[in-house]
Design a protein around this ligand. Structure first.
Ligand SMILES: Nc1ncnc2c1ncn2[C@@H]1O[C@H](COP(=O)(O)OP(=O)(O)O)[C@@H](O)[C@H]1O
Ligand SMILES: [Mg+2]
Length: 121
């Protein structure tokens, strides 16, 4: 049985996480440990090529650790560095629409879109 974690405070925990890209012998990320126990505004700093984007892809589940455990109940989105790698549609509304569950009523769809867009208008 899957336990619902919907009402928990979002958290993120890395325990001894290591990662290397295929074909690479050296770990790019080696035994990384940290935890974020409540929502906030966090930054990852590091020089070019140090592994910041890789770390974010691990957090998002786009790639998986070679070793270690990532524990998170957070619903995390990611904006890629180059918009052309992410944005497909000509405007925000149509971009959101392609990611929305289409099995709900048009009214519900509009409500959800408006809720997301109102923050940016
Ligand atoms: N898909 C990939 N395959 C192989 N190597 C990669 C890939 N993506 C990034 N790298 C390498 O991993 C290292 C870290 O990259 P990245 O996480 O993008 O760093 P940052 O975001 O800090 O600039 C770099 O040496 C980069 O060339
Ligand atoms: Mg980067």
């Amino acid at each position: 049985m899957q336990v619902s974690r919907e009402n928990e405070i979002p958290h993120l925990k890395f325990k001894d996480v290591s990662f290397s890209y295929p074909g690479e012998k050296e770990n790019l990320i080696f035994k990384c440990n940290f935890s974020i126990e409540k929502p906030g505004f966090w930054m990852v700093l590091g020089k070019n090529g140090s592994g910041k984007s890789t770390l974010l892809k691990l957090i998002n589940g786009i790639i998986f650790p070679k070793n270690g455990v990532i524990d998170s109940n957070a619903n995390i989105g990611m904006v890629f560095q180059n918009p052309d790698h992410q944005i497909l549609m000509p405007n925000c509304r149509s971009e959101l629409l392609i990611n929305i569950n289409q099995n709900i009523s048009q009214n519900e769809i509009n409500k959800k879109l408006n809720m997301c867009l109102i923050r940016w208008e």
